[in-house]
Design a protein around this ligand. Structure first.
Ligand SMILES: [Zn+2]
Length: 338
């Protein structure tokens, strides 16, 4: 297990830090935050870059940028980091939704999940092929299913109960929106502890060079999705998506799986991102959506077309699940010891 923070900081909350309001958003002094987590801060690049460092963790922030680096991984925040009177500022929501879940898993969460039943969701199926590479004659629905079946076998060997949203070439509903909701419903009905939706990526012909792994968690309420330049659909909405109940654990889960995939596959890191994918919105347990590589790139697509590489992908995801399980076990142990 990777210790990311200091146990003595337990009980920390984003609310304990003074904030300033910048463009309508509450921002916290990143260096101050760092001190309370035993992280030393160092400014460079004329005050535009801030590094927070302990023996366990290195976090790098850049002003006017939503992308940051956490232990060498690309992680996307909801709000850009800002500079304010010579200090570097991180939004209060990003402290609460990204940094605290990663540095102090469990922190002041009332409920610590268990990890027994895992629902795997191979994307697309039936009349919906997903992304297709005509040159390589591969499509997303087939390889997502194959990868998920490999992952199912590994997870069962590890002792988990696994439920598949589909285990053959079929859709759950011919209507796309209903199909996605049905997938989430499988997890909710199974009382799942974890939901993984598995996909393969593609970009249009002009950008064939793009390769690598992306892992998505559900965008927290009233924050930006990674691909948006404005706050999207739920600003001011009273209703919170069921998936947002798990914001804290979604981040920890996404981080562990993204970390293991980047480490083991040695694939380019496209980042731990946020989006309001329909399946993630409706799921009532910690959930992520994985884009395990780009079919549109012939080199990466060619690798994905081989069973050997798909097995590696399945193993990396399983190890990520195990790492997340270890974090949960650690928190349970700590609570029981009190
Ligand atoms: Zn897909």
């Amino acid at each position: 297990m990777v210790a990311l923070g200091l146990p003595e900081s337990r009980g920390a909350s984003a609310g304990q830090f003074k904030s300033v309001t910048l463009s309508g958003t509450a921002y916290i002094d990143a260096a101050n935050f760092g001190v309370s987590f035993g992280l030393k801060s160092q400014l460079s690049n004329s005050g535009r870059k801030l590094t927070l460092k302990s023996v366990w963790s290195t976090l790098v922030f850049e002003t006017d940028n939503r992308e940051c680096e956490i232990n060498g991984l690309r992680v996307f925040l909801g709000d850009p980091v800002r500079s304010y009177k010579g200090t570097v500022r991180i939004s209060r929501l990003d402290v609460e939704k990204v940094l605290i879940p990663l540095l102090l898993a469990g922190n002041d969460e009332k409920r610590i999940p268990t990890l027994k039943t895992i629902v795997l969701d191979p994307g697309h199926g039936g009349r919906d092929p997903g992304n297709v590479n005509q040159r390589l004659k591969i499509n997303e629905k087939t390889i997502a299913l194959d990868t998920a079946l490999r992952l199912e076998r590994i997870l069962k060997t590890m002792g988990y109960a696994v439920v598949m949203t589909r285990s053959n070439d079929s859709q759950l509903n011919s209507d796309k929106a209903a199909d996605l909701l049905s997938r989430a419903a499988v997890a909710n009905k199974a009382g799942a502890d974890l939901f993984i939706s598995l996909h393969y990526n593609a970009v249009g012909s002009g950008a064939q060079r793009v390769t690598g792994v992306e892992v998505y968690t559900l965008t927290p309420h009233s924050q930006y999705s990674t691909s948006d330049s404005e706050r999207d659909d739920d600003t001011g909405a009273v209703e919170i998506n069921p998936g947002n109940i798990s914001d804290h654990w979604n981040m920890q889960l996404g981080y562990q799986i993204h970390r293991l995939m980047i480490e083991e596959l040695r694939a380019p890191d496209r980042g731990l991102k946020r989006a309001r994918w329909a399946v993630l919105r409706a799921v009532e347990c910690p959930a992520i959506l994985i884009e395990a590589g780009f079919l549109s790139n012939d080199t990466e697509g060619g690798k994905i077309a081989t069973p050997t590489y798909r097995q590696k992908i399945a193993e990396a995801i399983a190890n990520g699940v195990q790492a997340y399980g270890n974090v949960l076990a650690g928190v349970h142990k700590q609570r029981d010891g009190k």
